[in-house]
Design a protein around this ligand. Sequence first.
Ligand code: APR
Length: 237
Amino acid sequence: MTRKNIVILTGAGISAESGISTFRDTGGLWENHRLEDVATPEGFEADPHLVHRFYNARRAQLHEVAPNAAHFALAALERAWEGRGDFLLVTQNVDDLHERAGSRRLLHMHGELRRLRCTMCEETHPHAQDAGLELACPACGRAGTMRPDIVWFGEIPYHMDEIGAALGEADIFCAIGTSGLVYPAAGFAAEAVHNRRGCELFEINPNPTGVEVYDHVIAAPATHGMAELLRLLGVED
Ligand code: APR
């Protein structure tokens, strides 16, 4: 069987059925917060307490939510793909639902709610509780320097070299639950389609983005769309 490399990109939509708000749907996070205030370095500089409160609330919610069938189906796809080619799951999400569902080959390009970063020494650390400026950096010991380890607007996402290399070798690319509005993730489908491997592209979204490079558009919520994706990939559900 010919090896086929697969890259999956997920966005907030895959966690919606777990009860985590998306950003741009009705009632989404950006309806209730000015992203300039809570998702930019300037916002953190201006009011670090507000920003820590925003992420503390989102981090605390992780104790109340669980992975849904789409997260589990992606972990099952990763296991089923063993020996069939390379598998990489890239998520824009900062929740831990993919890990908790069993995904392993996973990159958080926008960081993780359950990590903090020191603004002085740049070291990052796991942190599952509330955070604030009272914390001291476990690495350099300075106090008042810890920020959420989240990639904010205007900052460079994590793992871009590894993601670019995987997109260059992808035979299959699937975007699940993303509005495709925020770069660089919004450009991954175009990168894949021009990689000269004849990459086949899939989208799973109840409100398809209309981006024309997708060969297969599964207009369904992720928990339903994943069964169709597995069928199209010839993987038993
Ligand atoms: N299943 C699949 N997709 C869904 C579901 C669902 N059950 N419910 C909603 N969606 C889709 C919506 O149609 C929308 O296209 O999920 C998408 C969510 O879009 P956004 O809220 O824009 O989230 P996302 O694409 O992840 O945003 C990208 O923007 O604000 C930044 O850093 C933030 O990582 C985020 C980035």
